[in-house]
Design a protein around this ligand. Structure first.
Ligand code: CAA
Length: 261
């Protein structure tokens, strides 16, 4: 399917990696309603496709996304925003994605762009990436989870500094602070992200989905409840064909051939 605001392609052996590229270069990939609709549809179709084991969300070398679209927001009143539950439908689709999703971030990831990257499962940052929550400069505050997710990623002090002053963080600082899983040269960004996605695709798809669900539970509950949830999910993996295959392959000293069952 062709979209107006994003590009989609599949890569990897058997086409197991779905790549979504935000594509509004004239506005540094500012996230408007039309783009969010396209993104939601692309995610729906990758989630429904059993061949897709991992999704990569990326932008251009200049911008992952420079935030929610300011020209779209400027005329909205409180009542407009409240009635349409602005920044909810579609936006939360990324955080609800059940398959692993990697944000490959180069250039600006600001405001809603930073928030969208944080909704993904990991951020691989190009060395030119700049992360920030500059909403305060516009007379508003982050509205797509920035005050909550950034704080969980980098801790209160750094999150406060970024959100209260609008200061941007370099890729190196983002990695040091735990926001990015690693930093790579900008020209290698997509290749590196594809390398990670390929590793994920070779594994059992239900296991990667269950593992993701368990890690995400850590953000939602107490340690004791989270560990209990993990334990039950771990037990449930014993009912799968992939568990039988994975353990047999280890004992027989061969590579496992997962059936994603
Ligand atoms: N919305 C709409 N248009 C945007 C945009 C945005 N968030 N960010 C950039 N653009 C547009 C610019 O208006 C400009 O368009 P024109 O060429 O038509 O004038 C084009 O993209 C290129 O931008 P600049 O000329 O400004 O490029 P630059 O390299 O000089 O600066 C920048 C880059 C520092 C990222 C600057 O564009 C900027 O500060 N952008 C806004 C960042 C921001 O405030 N983001 C937060 C938005 S609010 C939000 O996201 C709320 C939320 O929590 C969900």
């Amino acid at each position: 399917m062709a979209y107006e605001n994003i590009l989609v392609e599949t890569k990897g052996a058997g086409g197991g990696i779905g790549i979504i590229t935000l594509d509004r270069p004239e506005a540094l990939n500012a996230l408007n309603a039309a783009l969010i609709t396209d993104l939601g549809q692309a995610l729906d179709s990758y989630e429904a496709d059993e061949n897709i084991g991992c999704i990569i969300l990326t932008g251009s070398n200049k911008a992952f996304a420079a935030g929610a679209d300011i020209s779209e927001m400027a005329p909205k009143s409180f009542m407009d925003a409240y009635r349409e539950n602005f920044i909810t439908d579609g936006w939360e689709r990324v955080s609800q994605c059940r398959k692993p999703i990697i944000a490959a971030v180069a250039g600006f990831a600001l405001g809603g762009g930073c928030e969208m990257a944080m909704m993904c499962d990991m951020i691989i940052a190009a060395d030119n990436a700049k992360f920030g929550q500059p909403e305060i400069n516009l007379g508003v505050i982050p509205g797509a989870g920035g005050t909550q997710r950034l704080t969980r990623f980098v801790g209160k002090s750094k999150a406060m500094e970024m959100i209260l002053t609008g200061r941007m963080m370099s890729a190196e600082e983002a990695e040091r602070a735990g926001l990015a899983s690693r930093v790579v040269p900008v020209d290698d960004l997509l290749e590196e992200a594809i390398g990670v996605a390929e590793k994920i695709c070779k594994l059992s798809q239900p296991m990667t989905m269950i593992a993701k669900e368990c890690v995400n539970r850590a953000y939602e509950t107490t340690l004791a409840e989270g560990v209990r949830f993990e334990r039950r999910m771990f037990h449930s993996t014993f009912s799968t064909e992939d568990k039988a295959e994975g353990m047999a392959a280890f004992l027989e000293k061969r590579t496992a051939k997962f059936k994603h069952r």
